[in-house]
Design a protein. Structure first.
Length: 283
């Protein structure tokens, strides 16, 4: 994906509804930094919804839209037992902020989309409702049927720390092995949440990959990074014997590149591109 430099400070957004990201001065290299927060619940809600809509657009650009399968959710900042999600049947490349709908943990649509039909993907509810219940720290979760994530999931293995990027998931991802078909029951979602535990990602065997984060930005970026890590290991193992990092090096590297604020920084160039090239996402 082609990246763009961030808009210089003081230059107004081309769309009046756009909430720009104010990045902390430190944090990209693993240093302490606070996750950006908006001054009011209403602004934080809109901030999350804008990044969520952008996340769907990015998934479409990356080809993570096979058959409309997949879903990204964002917890509502005012009602923690509710989350925002896309309506089923709308292509990821056309998702707008007003298309997002608010769903509670009972599966009821509390706030329908403005234009699209209020259709809830039952798999999205079954998985994400249980993840949000089990992990109060998680703001967003991302899953789709991306090519390399599916290919790697068929092997039933954790990823090795083969590269700096892959090391972000060292000792911080799990495998869910109990695939039993399309996830339509919340009991299956509960099992996935148990397998995930306190980690940032889970490989759903024979299904695909899933990532979570304390921000929408981190969850989406981690999905992009995990998909890439799956691709790299498949390519490396097809070429020759691989040489993973020693555990102490992998653990140290994970602390440098795997933080929550690091995910916010990594997401930012993608946000700059999609929000400027597709301003209709703010509609």
């Amino acid at each position: 994906m082609t990246l763009a430099f961030p808009r210089p400070s003081g230059v107004p957004s081309p769309h009046p509804a756009k909430i720009e990201t104010v990045l902390p001065e430190r944090g990209f290299g693993g240093g302490p930094a606070a996750i950006p927060q908006q001054p009011s619940v209403e602004e934080e809600r809109l901030y999350r919804k804008q990044r969520l809509a952008a996340g769907y657009r990015l998934f479409a650009r990356a080809g993570f839209d096979m058959g409309g399968a997949g879903h990204i959710t964002a917890r509502d900042p005012e009602f923690p037992d509710r989350f925002w999600v896309n309506p089923a049947g709308v292509h990821f490349s056309r998702i707008t902020v007003s298309d997002l709908m608010l769903v509670d943990h009972h599966g009821d649509i509390v706030e329908p989309p403005a234009r699209a039909k209020p259709r809830l993907n039952r798999a999205a509810f079954a998985i994400h409702s249980e993840l949000h219940k089990a992990r109060p720290d998680v703001v967003a979760a991302a899953h789709s049927h991306s090519l390399y994530g599916k290919a790697w999931s068929a092997l039933g293995r954790l990823l090795d720390p083969l590269t700096q990027d892959a090391a972000a998931f060292y000792d911080d991802h799990a495998i869910f092995t109990e695939f039993s078909g399309v996830v339509l029951d919340t009991s299956e979602g509960e099992k996935i949440a148990q397998a995930l535990g306190g980690r940032k990602a889970v490989i759903l065997q024979n299904h695909g990959i899933l990532t979570v984060g304390r921000t929408v930005e981190a969850a989406v970026w981690r999905y992009l990074a995990l998909e890439n890590a799956c691709q790299v290991q498949l390519l490396a193992e097809a070429a020759a014997q691989t040489r993973p990092m020693p555990p102490e090096v992998a653990r140290h590297t994970a602390g440098q590149v795997g933080s929550e604020i690091g995910g916010v920084y990594a997401f930012q160039p993608y946000w700059d591109v999609v929000s400027e090239e597709e301003p209709d996402l703010f509609d």
